[in-house]
Design a protein around this ligand. Structure first.
Ligand SMILES: Cc1cc2nc3c(=O)[nH]c(=O)nc-3n(C[C@H](O)[C@H](O)[C@H](O)COP(=O)(O)OP(=O)(O)OC[C@H]3O[C@@H](n4cnc5c(N)ncnc54)[C@H](O)[C@@H]3O)c2cc1C
Ligand code: FES
Length: 329
């Protein structure tokens, strides 16, 4: 029997196997969404009647689950549901832009001061909403926000991208935004208090943001094991924070940082030239695979390739943390 979704006073019939997000979009509703893969939480909705199912609640905070919130892109309901979009007041808090810095030709750092307590682990991601709440995108937290008193995001400008073009070209200090979250499991964990295991982190582009967050957290918590961070880019001018990470590595003898450039005209000291995945496997060789924790973030194809390669090389799946930056198709 066909399932009906009541939304804003109208009933919309879903096709067989159709998600609520796709169904409402097909019926002409303007729905916030981005990845359509359960990774960004921008399609959050609330069910008032009926059960959205636990699969549509994977990754949500317990407080949201308890109030019947769910991800519309993951919800293929078995029964009729009455649903709404969350109000800004219920699920977000205002934040002020207190700083903006150009990190390289197409990446900015955006610093946000939340208007209320916003507990967050470095490396997790938050949802950034425009003023009306109609555009929602995810960005990873690159700093120790509770210690610093602000959240730092690294945002890459995507040509014609709704949020990233606004953030890079228009947003200015003093502007107000809304934030929701945090979410995601890409953060430092000292399992059973042990801080001596090796950590390998690799990412492309702004995938550096969560990796930098994890490194800063690990160092702040006194991690003693090897930490190796690799940042991949197509060309040298796509890299950022090179000097900052080199300085950090000088201060901590267990930290090494290597920028990896795919297309470098001439070899340069301290830089690796060639594909990131091959270099990750090379760097991993001497590390103890049984205890190694790996973190991969950024371009989804690279993240998935690295996850597969390190798993096949013997790293336990529970020790492989990742955030593929899935975007709108
Ligand atoms: C968990 C998570 C964490 C994330 N963290 C970050 C982060 O820390 N920093 C960051 O910059 N982004 C991050 N992203 C991506 C971010 O959420 C947005 O998707 C991105 O900023 C684009 O949004 P937009 O509104 O500017 O573009 P949209 O309006 O959503 O449009 C994007 C369009 O660009 C096109 N496109 C897709 N990929 C590319 C590409 N590689 N190059 C050019 N065009 C493309 C597509 O056609 C798509 O329609 C993250 C995503 C996820 C899921
Ligand atoms: S989680 Fe549903 S659109 Fe990203």
């Amino acid at each position: 029997m066909a399932v009906n979704i009541s939304y804003q006073g109208c009933k919309h019939e879903l096709q067989d196997g159709e998600t609520i997000l796709d169904g409402l979009l097909r019926h002409g509703q303007d729905m916030p969404s981005s990845c359509k893969a359960g990774a960004c939480q921008s399609c959050l909705m609330q069910a008032h009647d009926g059960n959205p199912g636990s699969k549509a609640q994977i990754g949500l905070k317990d407080t949201l689950k308890a109030q019947n919130f769910f991800l519309a892109c993951q919800c293929i309901p078995n029964e009729d549901l009455k649903v709404s979009l969350p109000s800004l007041a219920d699920t977000t808090i205002p934040a002020e832009i207190i700083g903006k810095e150009q990190l390289c030709h197409n990446v900015i750092a955006l610093r946000l001061k939340p208007s209320a307590d916003f507990p967050c682990r470095a490396g997790q991601y938050i949802n950034l909403l425009n003023e009306s709440g109609s555009v929602i995108r995810s960005y990873s937290v690159a700093n120790l926000s509770e210690q610093d008193g602000f959240l730092e995001l690294h945002i890459r400008r995507i040509d014609n991208g709704t949020m990233s073009v606004w953030a890079c070209d228009t947003a200015k200090e003093g502007d107000q935004v809304h934030i929701r979250g945090p979410a995601g499991e890409c953060f430092y964990v000292a399992a059973d208090g042990d801080k001596s295991f090796p950590i390998l982190l690799a990412g492309t582009g702004t995938g550096l943001a969560p990796l930098e967050g994890v490194v800063l957290d690990a160092l702040a918590q006194g991690h003693t094991g090897d930490i190796r961070i690799l940042h991949g880019a197509l060309s040298e001018h796509d890299l950022y924070h090179v000097d900052m990470l080199k300085e950090l590595a000088k201060l901590h003898k267990n930290l090494t940082y290597t920028p990896c450039v795919l297309n470098m005209k001439h070899d340069k000291e301290g830089f690796h030239t060639g594909p990131l995945d091959q270099f990750v496997m090379h760097i991993m060789e001497p590390l103890d695979k049984k205890t190694l924790h790996t973190y991969f973030c950024g371009a989804p194809e690279m993240v998935n390739l690295l996850k597969k390669k390190v798993f096949l090389a013997g790293v336990a799946s529970k020790n492989i943390f990742s955030d593929p930056f899935l975007m709108k198709h």
